[in-house]
Design a protein around this ligand. Structure first.
Ligand code: UD1
Ligand code: UDP
Length: 371
């Protein structure tokens, strides 16, 4: 019996977190699978943090990241460099994840090489090509060229059907982010003392990095934080600041050195999960955090006007608030002042998975490829 050669490709922090459980699952069956890992390193430090945590040593590292890189360069480099990787390792199937430019370009490159592609976290949509930018188009492209669509929820299955993907190519698996989160929360006790948080105060956790929030929106978010901290002496804000210079610059200009505001480096996944658990409220424009926080029973205010993850909004634990300073302040203040409102939003719900998504994906690959 020849082994199924599975090439997993990823490049950024969230892809790494969500693909790591799948790589580990493939590695559990060495008689069936030859697991090959290629990182584009669209992210460098933030990717390496995850590789270390999950103990993954890539077979290929394209090492493409450049300071303040642009979309053209990432796309061109991944598209070209993957060609050589395919020629060298001849995979039976390539797996990509989600909506980054790494995923879109790697999927297209595999399609050009006529290698079947599986899309993990397929079918997420806002149906607005500019929000989020460029992720909505990245995932539409990836879905268009993939042959196996691993959709996390019923909504994503329906979106794929609406996008004319043949139903027999769609598999509802749950989201591998829950596999990663459950594994990490269970196996890692993280020490947060280095942040210097005051245990007497309520912690608001903030993350923001979306391209469409660069400029005025991110400044508005920072102004809301300043106003909230000024008004509420019993809160503190912790913000692990994304390494993108378009985020670093305005955030450091507006928030550095302010009382009860902790600007810290991007956190390793284990301490970040612990911090989510210990926070009172989470403000974010992150996709992954929107999926993780509801299962930890944390209210999430999303700093965007649309989301491709409507499930937790429907349950009432996630609310879209946009990036208007006044609106953000009102919504957070409401949660701080009204225990009833807070309670409603902090129900623990988990529409995104049960921790077994990777196992399902591996089973599907096995069924389809075992000769
Ligand atoms: C990328 C993805 C986005 C995803 C996000 C997760 C695209 C177009 N964007 O956006 O979908 O939500 O990752 O975080 O695929 N940098 C470092 N070290 C790192 C990571 C980034 O220094 O480890 C800096 C570099 O200057 C780099 C810049 O951040 O050029 C931007 O990185 P890039 O991957 O292009 O964009 P993100 O905003 O991180
Ligand atoms: N995350 C992390 N450290 C941080 C901030 C986020 O490990 O300092 C994790 C978070 O738990 C989630 C993922 O990174 O799993 C989300 O990544 P990001 O917000 O960068 O990207 P997105 O999900 O928006 O694409």
């Amino acid at each position: 019996m020849s082994k199924i050669r599975v090439l997993t490709v990823f490049g950024t922090r969230p892809e790494a977190i969500k693909m790591a459980p799948l790589v580990k699952e493939l590695e559990k069956q060495p008689d069936v699978f030859k697991s090959i890992v290629c990182v584009t390193a669209q992210h460098r430090q933030m990717l390496d943090q995850v590789l270390k945590l999950f103990n993954i040593i890539p077979d290929y590292d394209l090492n493409i990241m450049k300071p303040n890189q642009d979309l053209w360069t990432i796309t061109a480099e991944v598209l070209m460099l993957m060609k050589t990787v395919f020629e060298e390792c001849r995979p039976d199937i390539v797996l990509v994840h989600g909506d980054t430019t790494t995923s879109m370009a790697a999927a297209l490159s595999a399609f050009y090489a006529r290698i079947p592609v599986g899309h993990v976290e397929a079918g997420l949509r806002t149906f607005d090509k500019h929000y989020p930018f460029p992720e909505e188009i990245n995932r539409v492209f990836a879905d268009a060229v993939c042959s196996y669509h691993f959709a996390p929820t019923d909504t994503s299955v329906q979106n794929l059907i609406k996008s004319a993907i043949p139903q027999e190519h769609i598999y509802k698996t749950g989201n591998t982010v829950i596999d990663a989160l459950l594994h990490t929360v269970e196996n890692n006790k993280a020490d947060l003392s280095y942040i210097g948080l005051n245990p007497e105060l309520k912690t608001i956790l903030l993350t923001s990095h979306r391209r469409e929030n660069f400029g005025e929106p991110i400044r508005n978010i920072c102004k809301a934080v300043l106003e909230l901290v000024e008004k509420n002496k019993d809160i503190q804000v912790v913000y692990p600041v994304h390494l993108n210079p378009n985020v670093q610059k305005p955030v450091r200009e507006l928030l550095e050195g302010k009382e009860r505001i902790h600007l810290i480096d991007p956190m390793e996944y284990a301490p970040f999960s612990t911090l989510m658990k210990e926070s009172h409220i989470i403000m974010t424009d992150s996709g992954g955090v929107q999926e993780e926080a509801p299962s930890l029973g944390k209210p999430v205010l999303v700093l965007r006007t649309t989301t491709e993850r409507p499930e937790a909004v429907e349950y009432g634990t996630v609310k879209l608030v946009g990036t208007d300073t006044k609106k953000i302040v009102e919504e957070i203040q409401n949660l701080l002042d009204n225990p009833e409102e807070y309670k409603k939003m902090s129900e623990s719900v988990n529409p995104y998975g049960d921790g077994l998504a990777s196992q399902r994906i591996v089973d599907i690959i096995k069924k389809n490829f075992l000769k």
